[in-house]
Design a protein around this ligand. Structure first.
Ligand SMILES: Cc1cc2nc3c(=O)[nH]c(=O)nc-3n(C[C@H](O)[C@H](O)[C@H](O)COP(=O)(O)O)c2cc1C
Length: 308
């Protein structure tokens, strides 16, 4: 009883490391994991991707920071985080107790900062570095790096040379040529690609006749962006031969299955964690259910679609 479920092969491989299943939690939506410990068994998911870390502590943008729109949210957090020193001293010890992989998301304002962050994180308890070249909510660097394939290649090779960890490059959808950005990451030696980050949007306070956010623009996430994310993942899967960690509106197992069929190796749950704190576990269970119901034995059997 329940044996078939146990027989399912869910493991995937990224950068030579084996992940027990392909369900992760997306950067910035799961804190440093401890915040979620009372809601779910974090060890059940394939990996935790931390909030983005910068060299110095970052206080983020002035409020308001979140706006609810149909099918999603706009956020203007501005990479608030304690900085690398405090991350290593105060957040990493808990993350090290987990029996799942830890991927640390990093954001730099210059090539040197990315290099420095990667070097300092080349320590025990971390499986991979996810390089955010795509944050829409900061002034320096952020999304600008992610639009320039040459810079993406430079950052990737610099980070790759600075660490023994798996290097994952997180791309922005804010480009007309996502394929070139993905190829640049591959040429720089990336082990995987993560996409999509949030899409630039805005909201207006009509009574005040002012932008809702102090920085005017913000990042849209949640189910509203899923079809865009799916198309981008599919395009990137055709352009490069690297595992893709997909994010963008994944709330259910069926959403995740669509992404696997479109070419993703793994999925990261983002805004879904704000709806159900244990969303990632729900998605994992729903994926298992789908596989069982449809006679699949392994997650690797479901990649690809016909009729293209
Ligand atoms: C509040 C919030 C904070 C985020 N912070 C980061 C971050 O620090 N670094 C990063 O690479 N992505 C960040 N993201 C992007 C998510 O990791 C994810 O790629 C994106 O939200 C799309 O997935 P979703 O629609 O499931 O939320 C953030 C998203 C949200 C909603």
């Amino acid at each position: 009883m329940g044996k078939r479920c146990d027989d399912l092969e869910l493991s995937i491989n990224i950068g030579g490391k084996s992940f027990k299943n392909p369900v992760m939690v997306a950067s910035g939506t799961f804190g440093f994991a401890e915040e979620y410990a009372s809601y779910m068994n974090i060890n059940e998911i394939g990996a935790v991707i931390t909030k983005g870390i910068t060299l110095k502590p970052t206080y983020g943008n002035p409020p308001p920071r979140i706006y609810e729109s149909h099918g999603g949210i706009l956020n203007s957090i501005g990479l608030q985080n304690p900085g690398i020193q405090e991350f290593i001293a105060d957040k990493l010890p808990y993350l090290r107790t987990l029996k799942t992989h830890v991927i640390v998301n990093i954001a730099g304002k210059s090539l040197h900062e990315f290099e420095e962050l990667a070097k300092r994180l080349d320590i025990e308890g971390i499986t991979g570095i996810e390089v955010n070249v795509s944050c829409p909510n900061v002034e320096d660097g952020g999304i600008m790096f992610g639009k320039d394939p040459q810079l993406i290649e430079k950052i990737t090779s610099l980070v790759k040379r600075s660490t023994s960890k798996a290097v994952i490059i997180k791309l922005t959808p804010e480009t007309v040529d996502i394929e070139s950005c993905a190829r640049a990451a591959a040429n720089g030696g990336a082990d995987a690609i993560s996409l999509i980050n949030t899409i630039v949007g805005m909201a207006i306070d009509i009574r005040e006749r002012k932008p809702f956010f102090k920085r005017v623009f913000a990042g849209l996430s949640g189910p509203a962006i899923k079809p865009i994310a799916l198309a981008m993942v599919h395009r990137v899967s055709k352009a490069v031969n690297l595992p893709i960690i997909a994010s963008g509106g994944i709330i259910t197992g069926n959403d995740a299955i669509e992404f696997f069929m479109s070419g993703a190796a793994a999925v990261a749950i983002g805004t879904g964690n704000f709806i159900y704190p244990d969303c990632s576990i729900r998605v994992l269970n729903q994926i298992k259910h789908f596989l069982k119901e449809n006679g699949y034995k392994s997650i690797r059997e479901i990649g690809g679609i016909s009729g293209e």
